[in-house]
Design a protein around this ligand. Structure first.
Ligand SMILES: [Cu+2]
Length: 151
């Protein structure tokens, strides 16, 4: 009869529910996405990371990222040599100083040959977060990182 489970993070439940509701409304309002970004004309507001075989551009929506607000990342991976395409991109984020990640896993979908959308990210603490972009190419898998201070 008694529930003997211990250590269940009950105090996180209100945050999770709030996040789910906020995420739901975010997806609703972003449902009719604008045109897919293209390597031919990278719009303003993207952060750029360089790799010898490709350039990775990303930007959050909404911007800037604020604590407790779900956001998405638009990611563009532009090969420097067409014979070395980027096959796939995965996105995660951690707080290295605290040794933890997000409470949610981002879901990434491919929009076009060069564009991905990562949805469902949420930074639940103020401080220094590190984005990790795991990029798969025919040569293997690279991890590119970018640090962001979130207020
Ligand atoms: Cu933390």
């Amino acid at each position: 009869m008694m529930d003997e489970r211990r250590g269940f993070p009950a105090r996180r439940l209100p945050l999770l529910w709030t996040g789910a509701l906020m995420l739901g409304s975010q997806l609703f309002f972003n449902g009719a996405a604008a045109g897919t970004p293209s390597c031919a004309a990278v719009p303003a507001g993207y952060t750029t990371l360089q790799h010898k075989d490709y350039t990775l551009h990303f930007r959050p929506t909404p911007a800037p990222i604020t604590v407790g607000t779900p956001f998405a990342l638009e990611v563009l991976a532009c090969p420097k040599d067409a014979s070395r395409p980027v096959l796939d991109v995965a996105v995660d984020a951690t707080m290295p100083a605290h040794g933890h990640g997000m409470l949610y896993r981002a879901s990434v979908s491919k929009l076009s040959t060069h564009a991905w959308s990562a949805k469902g990210l949420l930074f639940h603490m103020h401080g220094s977060w590190r984005f990790s972009f795991v990029v798969r190419t025919p040569s293997g898998v690279d991890t590119l990182v970018h640090d962001a201070n979130v207020r």
